[in-house]
Design a protein around this ligand. Structure first.
Ligand SMILES: Cc1cc2nc3c(=O)[nH]c(=O)nc-3n(C[C@H](O)[C@H](O)[C@H](O)COP(=O)(O)O)c2cc1C
Length: 229
């Protein structure tokens, strides 16, 4: 089958995936609920986390097979890192097109969502071609500390705080992609992806960024869309 599969915690990658699915006429599937592991043409859309590939996406890539893969990594205008280069080298799919797309940062209320979808048209064209040749990606800059002590770095990033409006309804526990949440209280597996915060029906959860993260987010935003066909 053909499909657009997305992993998205705050909706940015989902919006890009939905546009691509509509243009291509492919079904739109959420990674967590997709039991399918074999595709003819697969378009995979996910956010850059710590300048790399989120664990949930790595786990999916390990079991999936696709004759042709188009990969799109959304990033929060800080640094796209090297996620797509790593994906092209490590996993057994034929990468035919790829893109880094600047979007709203999960931790920055004031940053803007991506809206220039027409710029993604070359991806659509290449994905549609049955004889599409593989694409080779350049190795981009990735900070040497980006993958170091990921759990410690997540904890340093900030805290998820449960407010009095929490009714222990269990939504946050159910939606957490890392099984890290129990009725509003995250454990050490929490990566601060903020899916729980966005999904809480009572708006009982808030994210309080720590000092290091606040300083990092002051960096001048990078607004580059990179497309490889
Ligand atoms: C845990 C985490 C790590 C992130 N790391 C980066 C990063 O290294 N560089 C960057 O530009 N944006 C980074 N972001 C921002 C996301 O890539 C960006 O907000 C993305 O569009 C969110 O997509 P989603 O709404 O589909 O989850 C990070 C966000 C989270 C939650």
């Amino acid at each position: 089958m053909n499909a657009v599969v997305y992993y998205s915690n705050t909706g940015q990658s989902r919006a890009v995936a939905a546009w691509l699915a509509e243009r291509l006429g492919f079904p739109l599937l959420e990674l967590a609920s997709s039991a399918e592991t074999s595709f003819e043409s697969l378009v995979l859309v996910f956010p850059v986390h710590c300048q790399g590939i989120p664990d949930a996406v790595r786990r999916f890539l390990k079991k999936v097979r696709a004759d042709a893969l188009t990969a799109v990594a959304t990033y929060g205008r800080m640094c796209p890192g090297n996620a797509l280069y790593a994906l092209g080298r490590r996993y057994g799919c034929r990468l035919v097109a790829a893109a880094y797309v600047p979007t709203k940062h999960a931790y920055l209320e004031e940053s803007e969502s991506f809206s220039d979808f027409e710029r993604l048209e070359p991806l659509v064209e290449k994905t549609r071609r049955p004889d599409a040749l593989p694409v080779s990606l350049p190795r981009l800059y990735r900070n040497v500390f980006a993958g170091v002590f990921p759990d410690w770095r997540s904890r340093m990033a900030g805290r998820i705080v449960r407010g009095p409006a929490c009714t222990a309804c269990g939504v946050c526990t159910a939606v957490c992609p890392n099984g890290a949440m129990a009725d509003g209280i995250p454990d050490r597996k929490c990566i601060r992806c903020l899916r729980c915060v966005r999904s809480c029906p009572d708006r009982a959860l808030t994210f309080r960024p720590g000092l290091l993260l606040r300083l990092y987010l002051r960096k001048k935003p990078v607004d580059r869309i990179l497309i490889y066909t």
